[in-house]
Design a protein. Sequence first.
Length: 86
Amino acid sequence: MSDDSGLWLLALGPAGATALYWALYRYYRNTDKSHAFERETAVEAQPVTGSDGKVDEIKGTRASRISGENGGAYRMRVQRTPTDDG
């Protein structure tokens, strides 16, 4: 037996790892099946349409308080739930 008989086993490790990596890459990336948007899709540019008409204008706050607020009445906001311990 020669000394080179075990070298193929050592070379099989990196070669197998490379083949596994390439197979997983191809499986998950699907590079041969993916849609190449930039090459396969034609987008026709059209002129911009619309208007710049003014709709509304708000200057400052119209009301300093919210109607129906209950910020100070915390007992009305928070209600206890009944418990079984009496």
